[in-house]
Design a protein around this ligand. Sequence first.
Ligand SMILES: Nc1ncnc2c1ncn2[C@@H]1O[C@H](COP(=O)(O)OP(=O)(O)OP(=O)(O)O)[C@@H](O)[C@H]1O
Ligand SMILES: [Mg+2]
Length: 461
Amino acid sequence: MSASLTTPRFGRRTEGASIPDPAAAQAGSAAAPPPPSHGSPPDDAIAALRKLCLARLDPAVVSNMPVEQLTSDVERLISELASQNRAQLNAREQRALANEVVNDIVGLGPLEPLLEDDAVSDIMVNGPNRVFVERRGKTEMSDVRFRDTSHLSGICQRIAAAIGRRVDESSPMVDARLRDGSRVNIVFPPLALDGPYVSIRKFSKKTIDLARLVEFGALTPPVARVLQVAGRARLNIIISGGTGSGKTTLLNALSRFIDVGERVVTVEDAAELQLQQPHVVRLETRPPSLEGKGEITQRDLVRNALRMRPDRIIIGEVRGGEAFDMLQAMNTGHDGSMSTIHANTTRDALTRIENMVQMGNMGLPSKAIRTQIVGAIDMIVQVERQRDGRRRVTQVTEVCGMEADVVALNDVFLLEVQGQREDGTLFGRYRVNAVPPTFIRRLAYFGLDTVWADAVHEAMA
Ligand SMILES: Nc1ncnc2c1ncn2[C@@H]1O[C@H](COP(=O)(O)OP(=O)(O)OP(=O)(O)O)[C@@H](O)[C@H]1O
Ligand SMILES: [Mg+2]
């Protein structure tokens, strides 16, 4: 028995909540329900046992205990309390209650099993009774429940406290990160109409490289080879797609082709990139304090990054005024820079970048912005979460130049869906445009022009 639960500081409180005794209840009232002789113990018995157990734990001590030790100590305490109070819980139910108590104390309560389940990529909590998860691209309702709103609120507070914040009516939206790097957004009432909302994008423990994306059917080997060439030849690349379409994952995969000797500066709102190179400098924005002070935006960081002698700059997701500085960086010798953007097609991505630049720099004529864009960006890759739940590369577009006032684009690959198999998955093929790209000289400089041409021809076969 470990010292912690037997130390006097836990006390031996016997007053307070005690387990309702079904036998006594029956004796007192003929109308009372009979005691459950088998099946699940009544919820109020479990609740009372939980309360008794929590009353015996000293938060200051348990929060510093290793989880395994805490779990076994709590299991022992619960079995002791159960027999003292004649609660009819079998060993499995006692273990489940112990796990629940431990998860509430040191973890994220009922969300813990979902966080441990590698098949779950997103967790979406819409109030205490509705928890949805995404598994293999499909969203489904899970059977996880919180006891009530205050149980869920308490867990939200714990997430926020880890980054020195609180969530309440006066500060009802918080972005945070879990210890393992998972991204969390919390919205509280009154903005959240049905109780606290929590959205978690789980940090993928396994790094997904291009080979794995090919295995997943996200793209074909020749398309993967073209992307690899683009990364190696230091093209400036934008990855475009909808929410959760796999943009960050593809950016991570492409970053693997960056030479180990290069100095890479990354700029992100919430650090998600997993660059493998030794010389990576990671920067993360800072939200304003509760008094509204001290905010550091992506734009501030990109500007600062330019003074850090980077070989490449990688912006996790371009979403505002930093678009202008990103184009500047790409146009001034930091080739091989990459970013992602929220857009529906590769052409839409350019329009969005143009709008972002315009918003941050009122008065710049469209044509001047487009000229900047054409000079800066070489390639845009579109990813999409398709209706069968699979994420795929749907478009690889080369930025060719200006034709009159319009940016000329060429789709090197365009995925055409041809039908649906019996198991529901979609199938299709890439339409290929084998015209040599405008950056062919650059590919030749890196000795990669024939690899590109061969891959494009293989995709046509
Ligand atoms: N091709 C793929 N096949 C299967 N799972 C994928 C694929 N690409 C990404 N995923 C998974 O999908 C989830 C979302 O991916 P990711 O974070 O890259 O999307 P995103 O577009 O950057 O999202 P957001 O818009 O929220 O930034 C992750 O859990 C990731 O592991
Ligand atoms: Mg992302």
